[in-house]
Design a protein around this ligand. Structure first.
Ligand SMILES: [Zn+2]
Length: 417
């Protein structure tokens, strides 16, 4: 439940941020013209050239679709994600077993919201900007970790990657905030089957032999796909690197959509190929399939947890087998894995499946963090002090050494070696 000093605490934080802003002379009313040049600001301060990035790679695994501690980290012998629990945490890293999504009015325990708490380091009451029921079309007001990263370092868009499933189209567009000092210029890139389909349509339209009727039909289909993007600034995201990536995907799996893996497995496949071909420095994989338990079958849930675990195992081994790109970038012994759910799930004994939904109950607020890699502390026992899910953003900032001036939750200090 909310504590009485929360509004005051928030006010003080915001007031402090505002004082800092005004003293630097870039308060409300600044325009962002300076951002469009190659120079940028180190944090929100004076312009400096962006730095080359030499730090560790970070892979954020959104253990998504909402999972409870009970099936994942609470019982070492009965976990459905043995790789994450035994190999990442017990042998190599650290577990925060008492991480919560803050209980406060308007703070929801759902997928879009949880993802944005992770990306921005701030709990916020997100309003759907499309005014359609269940659309979850949100716009973060403060920068995402990808924007912080790309504003501070000279990292191209295709090396700040989010991998998404296909059936949460709203999440395709959480790639940048509407913060006036950050925003679309520093966005991340999304890999998903939705993006692949728009690539295919654009490629087909390049065919000079198309007759007028076929061209009109393809253009209409492309417009229909692009219209799903409610954030117009993100439309038509293309680059030579992405075109090469999708061309290679098409060469391997064809264009039919029938051959590649399905569900969360395709996210792992996309991530494995991205590691090889795009070499991301910051990668977030938005797994989602445990959420199929909304339909009422508990096996969907536990099986989906195991599939995500298998995906993390494959990614970990791919990282450790990496030989480097010959230009000084390597993944082996240079990559942090950070596993965190978007939200928990209910524990409702009155329901035939107690964890079917995530209706803002206490259990739906209860999550965890597992981390391992260079710069991450190791601990044989879980850190059981109460910590915040929103702390992940500042933690990534500390691991990759970029400032995160607009986060509300500080980093997970015990995680930092
Ligand atoms: Zn759900």
């Amino acid at each position: 439940m909310p504590t009485t000093n929360q509004p005051r605490r928030r006010f003080l934080r915001r007031a402090a941020a505002l004082v800092g802003a005004c003293s630097l002379g870039w308060g409300a009313g600044c325009d962002d013209a300076g951002e469009r040049s190659s120079a940028t600001m180190a944090d929100d301060g004076p312009a400096t050239p962006r730095l080359p990035y030499r730090g560790p790679n970070v892979v954020v695994v959104r253990f998504g679709g909402g999972v409870r501690r009970r099936e994942t980290i609470l019982h070492s012998e009965r976990t459905f994600c043995p790789f994450i629990y035994h190999e990442l945490y017990r042998k190599r890293g650290i577990l925060f077993s008492n991480v919560e999504i803050e209980s406060a009015p308007g703070i929801e325990t759902s997928h879009g919201q949880g993802t944005l708490y992770l990306l921005t380091g701030k709990y916020d009451q997100y309003e759907d900007i499309s005014h359609k029921p269940f659309a979850d079309r949100f716009e973060p007001k403060v920068p995402t970790i990808f924007e912080y990263l790309r504003k501070h370092y000279d990292i191209p868009e295709h090396q700040a990657l989010i991998i998404n499933g296909e059936d949460r189209i709203n999440e395709e567009f959480y790639t940048f905030s509407n913060h006036h000092l950050y925003g679309v210029h520093y966005r991340s890139t999304v890999l998903s089957l939705y993006r692949f389909k728009t690539y295919l349509l654009r490629e087909e339209l390049k065919n000079p032999d198309l007759d007028d009727q076929a061209r009109r039909e393809l253009q209409a289909r492309l417009r229909e796909m692009e219209a799903k993007d409610y954030r117009t600034a993100d439309r038509k995201v293309v680059s030579p690197e992405l075109d090469r990536f999708w061309a290679s995907w098409r060469d391997y799996y064809g264009a039919s959509g029938l051959v590649h893996p399905r569900g969360d497995r395709v996210l792992t496949t996309l991530a494995l190929r991205a590691l090889r071909e795009l070499r991301p420095r910051l990668l977030m994989i938005n797994y989602q399939d445990p959420d199929y338990v909304h339909w009422g079958n508990p096996q969907f849930y536990t099986r989906a947890i195991s599939i995500i675990d298998e995906g993390v195992r494959e990614l970990f081994h791919a990282v450790q087998a990496d030989e480097g790109d010959g230009q000084g970038h390597t993944y082996r012994d240079n990559t942090v894995f950070l596993v965190v759910p978007d939200c928990g799930r209910d524990n409702n004994p009155c329901m035939p499946v107690p964890f079917q939904h995530h209706f803002n109950t206490r259990s739906a607020h209860e999550v965890f963090v597992v981390a391992a890699g260079p710069g991450v502390a190791r601990s044989a026992v879980p850190v059981d002090k109460k910590r915040q899910q929103a702390s992940v953003a500042a933690t990534v900032g500390r691991l990759m050494s970029f400032p995160t001036p607009h986060v509300e939750a500080g980093p997970l200090e015990e995680l930092l070696a």
